[in-house]
Design a protein around this ligand. Sequence first.
Ligand code: PBG
Length: 307
Amino acid sequence: MRETHVQPSQLVLPMFIAEGISEPRPIESMPGVVQHTRDTARKAYAEAAALGLGGVMLFGVPEHKDAQGSGALDPDGILNVALADARAEVGDDLPIMSDLCLDEFTDHGHCGVLDAQGRVDNDATLEIYAQMGVVQAESGAHVVGPSGMMDGQVGVVRAALDDSGHDDTVILAYAAKYSSAFYGPFREAVASSLTGDRKAYQQDPANARDAIREVLLDIEEGADIVMVKPALSYLDVIADVRATVNVPVAAYNISGEMAMVEAAAANGWIDRERTIDEIITSIRRAGADIVLTYWAAELAARLDRQS
Ligand code: PBG
């Protein structure tokens, strides 16, 4: 009688790969999640493929940052070499997805480059995103995930990919990305240097119609998959988007959402596994075809044992 099922192929594992470390580094605010070395990440890609996950979403943590985020365009930059490692390890057995954003690479921590007044310069950022898309596809990404919420980002990345012969590279657009307090632990995960906030380019949590507008614009620009993020406080938005569009819908159960569960479970206040199952099932029930979750591998292994 069950209406909603969760399968490993619907789950995508976000992973952090850090430059210049020799041992994996635990992320304190995200229990169980680490910054990987290139080597430990390789094991995780193979494991993700063996579990039948729907993909891995890679984030790079560079050793050096600058105002332009130049590490993002360097083929030897940490994210690009990690993509190449992943492709060499699993080939086409696992969709390899790449975060396409500058915040991990900029010393000011913003998702784009800044203008003379210190504001994020939307159009100058688009030029860099376009090049990033090509470098990431060339490094090995099957799917690129523009996550910086710049206006027009999907269109420029699609055009750059098509012009460089990467017309079959998929775009997973972070279409409705809210300016959320739940990103807190992620900022530790990528050693973010952000001061201030992202309210000028991320969405107001009070707005749902606005999300539909963003999603439709992204589809018009060529998005293959649209994502809502965060997931839990936005289940209504996921449901609205699912009812409106005819492309796959993804949702990202983000760092702060997992951290709350881990903290409560560590205190013995909730049953950890039941809570995780309920949360991921709810996101699926709301309408997400794909769920990005830090519990993807754990959950897939558990589903495997149950079947
Ligand atoms: C931007 C990006 C962020 C996350 C994914 N991509 C951070 C932000 O917008 O501040 C957050 C993921 C999470 O919190 O788990 N590159």
